[in-house]
Design a protein around this ligand. Sequence first.
Ligand code: URP
Ligand code: ZN
Ligand code: ZN
Length: 477
Amino acid sequence: MSLLIRGGTVVTADARQRADVYCEDGLIKAVGPDLEAPAGAEIVDAGGRYVMPGGIDPHTHMELPFMGTVASEDFFSGTAAGFAGGTTSIIDFVIPSPDQPLMDAYRAWRGWAEKSAGDYGFHVAVTWWDQSVHADMATLVREEGVNSFKHFMAYKGAIMATDEIMYSSFRRAVELGAMVTVHAENGELVYQLQKELVAQGMLGPEAHHLSRPPAAEGEAAHRAIRFAEVIGVPIYMVHVSTQDAVDVIARARAQGQRVFGEVLAGHLLIDESVYRHPDWATAAAHVMSPPFREKHHQNALWNALQSGTLQTTATDHCCFCAEQKAMGRNDFTRIPNGTAGIEDRMTALWTHGVGAGRLTPEEFVAVTSANTAKIFNIYPRKGSVSVGADADLVVWDPEATKTISAKTHHQNIDFNIFEGMEIKGLASHTVSQGKLVYADGDMRAVRGAGRYVKRPAFSPIFDAIGKSRRTPRMVAR
Ligand code: URP
Ligand code: ZN
Ligand code: ZN
């Protein structure tokens, strides 16, 4: 099975060049001018288009059991929707319920993901602590290729990681050469504000936003980053949504700490006015955590992405349809938290990033695939267009236009937070493992074709950085 992408401009995070790309047996075999295709090879004419690494979405929740229901998008439908938007890999989350052995949860998620059309990996959440968690973390890193552990600082009474849990888990992660990641919101503060708002009779989606102020994110980001500093573990902040958190990340990075940050396409482009929409269902459809913010935070997020304070873009793709959102009709705290976006991330970022002059095409590649691959240790297998890399590619038509709509999207949800957005720049062809999986509107995703991608633990350089930073800092305090 071979494929030649001919006549395009190859864009990576580093460079742009006119080149053909030849793929065989799932890998990129040649990149260069005027490549010959063997007889029988499929040919894609990429004239006038860009050829880039397939997108990697480092934050999705396919078929997540959450808040009394299960996310409507499964691993097959979700990764197929990703193909329609040029995303070829995801990193999803295993989220054990408190007291569930990590390995049991991990096996359950591996089973669900077998239907995936695109390649996938997992972050594993640490939601509780005992010696079995300590042991399972080692098994996950050493045998299963998990190199990142997630901590929800919010969702008190459910999956929230206390400071004690974070401390134990961060210590274990650094021993194992793993990264820690956090959802930074002060769960206690959110919980108390929720109770107050409910007591005042504020029961609609607008109260969701009020219960999760930017300061709750800023405080939690600061706390998690300080824990990571003391322990000497690299930390990745998921869905950074506020100036408050950006400032904390920027300061830590300026002081030499290994802190990385992710921003969601939704937080870059949507503001908090959606929670005041007169239609309850529309307002509820936007309920996610952290919530959409006042406009000035969007500027801070764009600036942070442009300047490198934030390095990755994601979606937190977590779909709940109208009847699921209706579980919170009389109490906003019961609206399942989550919104979709895997299909729209790249086109929305191209339109409002490259199209608006905020990002170059090379920077677009950096923030949609290469940086994620580097941070999570799968580069250059993913996130590059180089000989020997996985043939996960997108042919990008910078002139193509469309209007985003739930009526036409592939995502398994009845709402689109980007509804009506006019975009310019679209995936015309998507290639996964060297095969065309999406071609000019023709969806060719194959159920179960996706592979689990192991991510090795970090190299000793991380340990060395951790140790050299840890000792003097701890003595100084
Ligand atoms: O609202 C969200 N983000 N739902 C998914 C869980 C999480 O916090 O990432
Ligand atoms: Zn989260
Ligand atoms: Zn999430």
